[in-house]
Design a protein around this ligand. Structure first.
Ligand code: CTP
Length: 452
């Protein structure tokens, strides 16, 4: 009778392929006759919180192939795949390094599980940190979002939050004490201590701070809305480009894996040609809040408009033929509810925001063959559906979204720094400038005087 060959399987990211990986694959192969190696996709890595993987999936597969130990290479895309792979590839032995001891014991009912001793003093994380210069981040503004940014930045390798700046020394110290970072109320000292500046101060201060930071040779991430005038956005992007610096507008939705997936599906042709985009985001706000009392910069559109305009600009672009605002104002004249209607050569769109009116906050993308719907909070997309004329057919998509989601934005920003790109495809300079232009049109239509 023919002797059955022993089939072994192992998995990994294999980023910046190193000796630990090589030794693991050699021993895995030696456990049997035929070795299957599963290499993780970028999306799966992100979903399980492994951000900042440097090598592309193709490079990582190539590196595994070069060892000559793998008889077959497969791609690991989802959680739960290992269980199915063991059956599908008729596996006798499942093996991984000892850092995973115990984690895969659930497979013991189906095959042998072997934890191989991990090679000491080497890991992809270590190499990534050596390769990457640690970017020291300084924060301007010490509000709630700044605290959230610090928590999220802790989860991205390659960055460290150094300190926070607030012209009021007392506020800077209070915030810095809480987060165990340095406090600065002197701008020069602040800039000399950091490589990257994250701006989370009131809207009207963004332009001045961005210009000052770029002037000092610092890369910048600025909270949305970055600026409220198109010419300012263009000037700042031009200035950054001239100086070889990255300037990124922080609309976290743009960097969220689920939202990126939704855009990909929308543009894949599966719903035909896109004819209508409706994005709505409402959040009832305290009438005493800054958002509802700042008579120049407050109101629902300046607060939430960036989120709602994002899918419209991503899917239809910047070339709208008509732009119209309809607002419901409160007693102080600020918009409690705003509906923006856009007419494009190939379709129509609405972006609806409310701080004083509650509505169903969802994102709908309608095409000639079907539509996509993502319910609230679609701006942190984890799930969406595709519907067709045949109501019995519904395609469901889900994607991970970890913590507050700022980690995706920080991680993309870092990739731009290390990859030498100054124009992110998830939110381009042109899209950011178009957003500033729409904000400007809105404030003009509302008769609000914006300072330069
Ligand atoms: N591995 C190993 N010895 C090392 C590093 C990794 O035996 N020094 C093993 C892991 O246990 C795993 C496989 O190699 O079975 C792929 O590991 P991977 O997670 O891709 O590499 P790491 O270096 O552990 O990556 P990271 O630092 O990103 O966790």
């Amino acid at each position: 009778m023919e002797k059955k060959i022993t089939r072994v399987i192992t998995y990994g990211t294999f980023d910046l392929f190193h000796e630990g990986h090589y030794r693991l694959l050699r021993r895995a192969k030696a456990l049997g006759d035929y070795l299957v190696v599963g290499v993780t996709t970028e999306t799966y890595d992100k979903a399980r919180g492994k951000l900042c993987v440097v090598d592309s999936l193709m490079t990582r597969i190539e590196n595994v192939k070069k060892t000559g130990f793998a008889d077959e290479i497969i791609v690991e895309e989802t959680q739960g795949q290992k269980f199915n792979d063991v059956k599908k590839y008729d596996i006798d032995i499942f093996t991984v390094g000892s850092d995973w001891t115990g984690c895969f014991d659930y497979l013991k009912d189906y095959c042998e599980v072997v934890y191989l001793e991990r090679t000491k003093n080497i890991s992809s994380t270590m190499l990534r940190e050596q390769k990457q210069h640690i970017q020291r981040i300084g924060i301007i503004g010490t509000g709630r979002i700044a605290g959230r940014f610090i928590e999220e930045a802790k989860l991205v390798s390659g960055v460290s939050v150094q300190g926070a700046y607030n012209p009021r020394a007392e506020s800077a110290e209070k915030f810095a004490d809480k987060w165990k970072i340095d406090a600065y109320s002197d701008m020069e000292n602040f800039f000399s201590a950091v490589d990257v500046v994250y701006i989370a101060s009131p809207h009207e201060t963004h332009y001045g701070y961005i210009k000052a930071a770029l002037g000092q040779g610092k890369h910048v991430i600025c909270e949305k809305p970055m600026v409220l005038q198109k010419a300012q956005a263009e000037e700042l992007f031009g200035y950054a480009k001239e100086r070889g610096l990255v300037l990124l507008e922080g609309i976290k939705t743009a960097y969220c894996p689920g939202f990126t997936k939704l855009l990909g599906i929308a543009c894949s042709g599966i719903i035909g040609s896109i004819r209508n985009v409706e994005a709505c985001f409402t959040k009832l706000e305290n009438p005493e809040s800054r958002e509802l009392t700042d008579r120049t910069y407050g109101g629902s559109f300046t607060e939430l408009g960036s989120y709602c305009m994002l899918p419209v600009l991503k899917l239809f672009g910047k070339g709208y033929e008509r732009l119209q605002f309809d607002t419901i104002r409160g007693e102080n004249g600020l918009d409690l509810f705003t509906k923006v209607s856009l007419r494009y050569p190939s379709g129509v769109a609405t972006a609806t925001c409310g701080l004083g009116v509650k509505s169903e906050s969802r994102l709908l993308v309608a095409g000639t063959k079907g539509y996509i719907v993502a319910e609230a909070p679609w701006w942190k997309t984890t799930y969406f559906e595709v519907h067709y004329e045949d109501s019995g057919r519904v395609d469901k998509y889900s994607e991970g979204f970890l913590g507050d989601g700022l980690r995706y934005e920080i991680s993309d920003f870092l990739s731009m720094l290390s990859g030498g790109s100054d124009n992110g495809f998830k939110l381009t300079r042109g899209e950011s400038a178009a957003l500033a232009g729409i904000m400007e049109e809105f404030l003009k239509a509302e008769g609000r005087q914006v300072c330069d």
